[in-house]
Design a protein around this ligand. Structure first.
Ligand code: FE2
Length: 237
């Protein structure tokens, strides 16, 4: 794994922290083109980032509510939140893209937060206009002890559901029978090919469950990342 170290820092309210701390490695998942990074300094920025996300949920410009199938509320454009904690995680997503693809460029086509509450879920989909998708687990939204007792059902698990992934085809090659994904934890960031089909299982807790998402390419893609409005056309999720 290429690791072109960056010494850049972001100034938060009470401290400056590294865009990419030295102790954070890019790890392989069972599918080789899915990468994982886990950040251990989350106490420095999670509380304020959660607060900011929820405050912007009803923002008339950045916020938008969707029906349950598309993951409920979204807050777009993290780079326009005017908030150092949002800038930090935005820069971390770009840095992960650069490290995985060994490129100096990371053009964000779209970024957004997803706020799930009880009953929300997201149907299987791919991301258009994206070499890679990145998801950051900011707040799983589970009560203490609500972990493996249910086998993961009802926890809003992020899962791949794609016949191109062997891990999803455990009975027969190219037959997608088994959705699956990394076991999420707060502070985990994953990167995957944008065309790989993925989904979020129904969330059966009060929550909120909050994830942050990015669509990235090496170079900017002209045009709007938003699809033409249509009643049956879910927004990026
Ligand atoms: Fe998605």
């Amino acid at each position: 794994m290429t690791a072109a170290r960056t010494s850049e820092k972001i100034q938060l309210a009470d401290r400056a922290i590294d865009v990419w701390p030295d102790d954070v490695e890019v790890l392989d998942w069972v599918e080789p083109n899915v990468k994982i990074a886990v950040f251990n300094d989350t106490e420095a920025y999670h509380p304020r980032l959660v607060e900011r996300t929820l405050a912007l949920e009803t923002d008339p410009v950045l916020g938008k509510a969707f029906p349950g199938y598309a993951g409920s509320a979204k807050v777009y454009h993290l780079d326009r939140w005017n908030y150092p904690e949002a800038e930090l995680i935005h820069r971390r997503a770009q840095e992960l893209f650069k490290r995985v693809l060994n490129t100096p460029n990371a053009a964000v086509d779209l970024s957004w937060a997803n706020i799930y509450r009880e009953g929300d879920y997201c149907l299987p989909h791919s991301h258009v206009r994206a070499t890679a998708g990145i998801v950051y687990f900011l707040e799983l939204g589970l009560e203490p002890g609500a972990d493996s007792a249910s086998g993961g059902a009802g926890q809003g698990r992020f899962m791949f559901a794609d016949p191109r992934f062997k891990v999803c085809c455990r009975e027969e090659e190219h037959a997608m029978t088994t959705p699956g994904g990394p076991m999420a934890r707060n502070g985990m960031m994953i990167m995957f090919p944008g065309k790989i089909v993925h989904m979020v299982d129904v969330f059966k807790h009060p929550g909120p469950r909050i994830t942050l998402s990015w669509n990235l390419n090496e170079h900017f893609v002209p045009g709007s990342p938003f699809p033409e409005p249509a009643a049956d056309n879910p927004q990026p999720s």
